[in-house]
Design a protein around this ligand. Structure first.
Ligand code: CUA
Length: 185
């Protein structure tokens, strides 16, 4: 009953300021977390890390030469397997169908390369020892340039590949005759 009213007001204002500071700190913290998570995800290999031995790439496993190129999966999607090495991609020209879920799996046989398909969201690093996975879908036939976008020594500028998108029906006809496809039949 005898408490001074201005004392209450001052306490209330101070409390409000403290809470405002805390709110700002929380927001800053959350924004920082989001930024960190985004940058982290964009710069790191995907969460489910798949590895491969670059020294035996050509001899056994998923990336032997006979398994490279485009494969039609039982679920109707398509898997592309490719290798980057100084200074080319294998296959040099990747063949894919229109209107199909495309799963690209690629790695490097030597140093770090970049795999970028111009005009698409496909853009990843090829790190020796790791499998890079990217998804794509193309809506119309055409050709896309695929430059190496990671400096990989003196031949880097000349390291180019290509993606050729063909009509789905045409692709399916080819896939019925051959298990692994590329632009060169
Ligand atoms: Cu390979 Cu730059």
């Amino acid at each position: 009953m005898s408490e001074h009213p201005t004392y209450h007001a001052a306490t209330a204002i101070r409390a409000e300021k403290n809470w405002a500071t805390i709110a700002v700190l929380i927001i800053a913290f959350l924004a920082g977390m989001a930024a960190f998570a985004g940058i982290h995800q964009a710069t790191m290999p995907q969460a489910r890390v798949e590895t491969t031995d670059p020294t035996t790439l050509h001899l056994s496993g998923e990336f032997v030469e006979s398994n490279l190129g485009t494969a039609l999966e039982p679920d109707g999607s398509v898997t592309v397997r490719a290798i980057g090495q100084q200074y080319s991609f294998t296959p040099q020209c990747i063949l894919v169908p229109t209107d199909t879920a495309i799963n690209i799996r690629a790695t490097s046989a030597d140093v770090i390369h970049g795999l970028l398909i111009q005009g698409t969201t496909v853009n990843t690093m090829l790190v020796p020892g790791y499998i890079s996975v990217q998804n794509a879908r193309f809506h119309k036939p055409g050709e896309y340039l695929m430059p190496c976008q990671e400096y990989c020594s003196f031949g880097h500028e000349g390291m180019w590949g290509k993606v050729k998108v063909i009509d789905k029906a045409e692709f399916m006809a080819m896939a019925s005759k051959q298990e692994r496809l590329s632009c060169v039949k």
